[in-house]
Design a protein around this ligand. Structure first.
Ligand code: NDP
Length: 478
């Protein structure tokens, strides 16, 4: 049982003014795994004051000093990687051996390592001579005091995607993680404490989105908001940012198309696509949730998809054999089950899975990996971000039809294209309205930009692209 009854403010753990506690549920057994204290307005104000006071000196720190800080975090984080992973498993159910340790926890570390490279190569100051021979300068400076709001699906990855560039840019910050998955954020704050950052540069509060999140983002001393989560909350935060003319970076939902062209290697691409969809129990914003296949290949793809689902080991996240764990919370469990039922009611063809609880799992937020085929792009299951292990297979008539269906969504976060001819796949990829397109199952790279078109967000994270979000541009003339 984790009793996290303090917030990290101004370089030490402080007892909150609020006494309102909130239980954190382990979704694998639906038992209380720990407790946090939800911040009230006074707690938010204290955290912002601390970040504001630290800004004056931290914003003028040198690149070398910031590299030293990032390096100290990498060292401290490396020692605590198993603790980070265990916290993630307990709070949101990611399988420890196959996911939270080798991927979720490592991803957080990876973003800090990448940021050290990015900041050293970044042009913080450029000389620009004018035609009269006068030397002017373009200076990139920290945007200010930042509110960082993160969700529960890749909790530490998303914290690192914000904290690493904010520190690299010379910003100070208040982090509010999801109340559903706050454990790993506390371990992360312990890592920050161990790394010995200047007081007040990093502050952590627990709290609900509606209260602490809303108070924090609207605070007049917050200059920039970086948010990852639902499009619904992103819109609400966008309004708040507009009211205060604050900087804004949004990383929101997705309904990513996985276009399998007629000359691709179907056995490997269907299997890879299904397993990628079910990974993290379908709770990844870039999950390839719409698999687009040539109409005459539909029957073959259905068989391959069914066989791929049989490879999944669903169950206890602490069992080293488990590849897919429970959904993150009872709320997400109810939402996903409802949407599977909607798919059945709308007439999508159920290939495997369904609303029934997996027979051998009497407790926990477990749903069966589910595949629908012959899905029409107008169906709810093809349009809404389900955020669960639910794949939709949609038939298309020709390449132009595939591109049209892929782009027929309010989202534009990611996409995948497969073909025997990578150049053909890239040509299709260029026509997809998405911020990241993977060709033939290529793996990602933390130095590349990550973010969405359309309602999937504003701005980019990762590497130097993420760093730019936390910088202002100044013309220093003469
Ligand atoms: P939210 O977007 O509500 O939560 C994400 C974070 O935002 C949490 O820290 C939350 O706090 C906070 N938050 C919520 N509302 C506000 C607000 N008005 N002001 C400031 N902060 C706020 O996601 P949900 O947990 O409600 O999940 C709902 C759906 O969102 C999922 O089913 C999924 O489809 C999508 N989602 C997408 C993600 C992505 O990466 N694209 C990530 C997570 C969810 P708290 O949790 O304490 O309320």
């Amino acid at each position: 049982m984790r009793d996290y009854n303090q917030h990290y403010i101004n370089g030490s753990w402080k007892t909150p003014f609020s006494s309102l506690s909130c239980d954190v549920i382990n979704p694998a057994n639906e038992e209380v795994a720990g407790r946090i204290i939800l911040a009230n307005e006074q707690d938010v104000n204290r955290a912002v004051e601390s970040a504001k006071a630290a800004f004056t000196s931290y914003s003028i720190s040198t690149v070398a000093e910031r590299v030293e800080i990032l390096q100290a975090i990498v060292t401290a984080y490396s020692k605590r990687i198993d603790d980070v992973a265990m916290a993630i498993t307990e709070e949101m159910g990611a399988p420890y051996t196959t996911l939270s340790q080798p991927m979720q926890a490592q991803a957080g570390l990876g973003h800090f390592v990448t940021m050290i490279e990015a900041i050293q190569a970044f042009p913080f100051e450029q000389e620009v001579p004018n035609s009269q021979g006068q030397m002017n300068r373009i200076v990139r400076e920290s945007v200010g005091v930042c509110a960082l709001i993160t969700p529960w699906n890749w909790p530490v990855n998303q914290i690192a995607c914000k904290v690493a560039p904010a520190l690299a840019a010379g910003c100070t910050m208040v982090l509010k993680p999801s109340e559903i998955a706050p454990f790993s954020a506390h371990v992360f704050a312990e890592i920050i404490a161990e790394a010995g950052l200047p007081k007040g540069v990093f502050n952590l509060i627990d709290g609900s989105g509606a209260e602490a999140g809303a108070t924090l983002t609207a605070h007049p001393d917050i200059d920039m908001i970086s948010f990852t989560g639902s499009t619904r909350a992103g819109i609400a935060i966008g309004h708040v940012a507009a009211e205060g003319i604050k900087g804004l970076a949004l990383e929101l939902g997705g309904k990513s198309a996985n276009v399998l062209l007629d000359d691709c290697d179907f056995p490997s691409q269907v299997t890879g696509g299904v397993l990628m969809m079910m990974h993290n129990t379908g709770q990844t914003c870039t999950a390839p949730s719409r698999m687009l296949v040539p109409r005459d290949k539909l029957a073959e793809v259905e068989e391959l998809a069914k066989a791929a689902c049989k490879q999944i080991v669903l169950g206890d996240p602490m069992d080293p054999e488990t590849t897919v764990g429970p959904l993150s919370s009872p709320v997400q469990f109810d939402k996903v089950k409802k949407l599977i039922q909607v798919g059945i009611d709308e007439g999508a063809k159920l290939i495997t899975g369904g609303v029934e609880r997996p027979t051998d799992l009497a407790k926990g937020c477990f749903v069966q990996p589910t595949v629908f085929s012959n899905v029409n792009n107008d169906m709810t299951v093809a349009r809404e971000e389900i955020f669960g292990p639910v794949l939709c297979i949609l038939p298309y008539d020709d390449e132009a039809d595939a591109i049209k269906i892929a782009n027929d969504t309010v989202y534009g976060l990611a996409a995948s294209v497969s073909s025997g001819d990578p150049e053909r796949a890239r040509k299709v990829g260029r026509q997809l309205r998405a911020g990241q397109v993977k060709i033939n199952g290529a793996s990602g790279d933390y130095s590349l930009p990550f973010g969405g078109y359309k309602q999937s967000g504003i701005g980019r994270e990762w590497g130097s692209w993420g760093l730019e979000e936390f910088l202002e541009v100044k013309a220093l003339i003469g």
